[in-house]
Design a protein around this ligand. Structure first.
Ligand SMILES: NC(=O)c1ccc[n+]([C@@H]2O[C@H](COP(=O)([O-])OP(=O)(O)OC[C@H]3O[C@@H](n4cnc5c(N)ncnc54)[C@H](OP(=O)(O)O)[C@@H]3O)[C@@H](O)[C@H]2O)c1
Length: 148
């Protein structure tokens, strides 16, 4: 999860976080984060590869909590993923980024092709870093610190 702090407030409450919230990964931990933030009244943008899963969760959270939920089906292991998300959210105010997707090439290093290790880099480093850069730039002001 990435959070933007200011000198005198932490932007992690429904009132201070703006309208749009952004989620990555809608299974497991991502779904739990989405559920809790929906319960607190946050609007959400959900990102994962499986559109059916996204729509299912979006429908349930909308019905249960009366919030707005958008879905963005996308593969976060693609090098262009953060640019695509940034473009798709250019008109939204994003107050919080939660990044739960990850990829691990489990086992001995040379048992995996190089492509697997590069996929780790893209999923676990390149895309979240690109998102912190994109969303941080939109809202950063002198005095703010960015943590991830
Ligand atoms: N749970 C733990 O205790 C734990 C501990 C340490 C590390 N981790 C790691 O943390 C990550 C999340 O854990 P979890 O338990 O929440 O896993 P999970 O139940 O498998 O959920 C992962 C979510 O991320 C999405 N996702 C995965 N890869 C994606 C990609 N390339 N592009 C877009 N969306 C993607 C999946 O949806 P789609 O498949 O539809 O894309 C799914 O909604 C995993 O990589 C896991 O290995 C988990």
């Amino acid at each position: 999860m990435c959070r933007i702090n200011t000198a005198n407030r932490t932007m992690n409450s429904a009132k201070s976080m703006g309208h749009g919230q952004l989620w990555r990964g809608v299974g497991g931990a991502g779904a739990a984060f989405a559920e809790e933030l929906a319960r607190r009244g946050f609007d959400l943008l959900l990102v994962a590869r499986r559109i059916e899963l996204l729509q299912q969760l979006a429908g349930r959270l909308t019905a249960q909590y009366g919030i707005q939920v958008r879905s963005l089906p996308l593969d976060l292991s693609k090098p262009e993923a953060s640019d695509q998300i940034s473009q798709a959210t250019s008109t939204l105010e994003i107050g919080l980024l939660v990044y739960n997707a990850a990829y691990s090439a489990v086992g001995a290093f040379f048992d995996h092709p190089l492509e697997d290790h590069l996929r780790e880099v893209d999923t676990n480093i390149r895309t979240p870093l690109g998102l912190v850069n994109a969303f941080g730039k939109r809202s950063w002001q002198p005095g703010m610190a960015v943590s991830s």
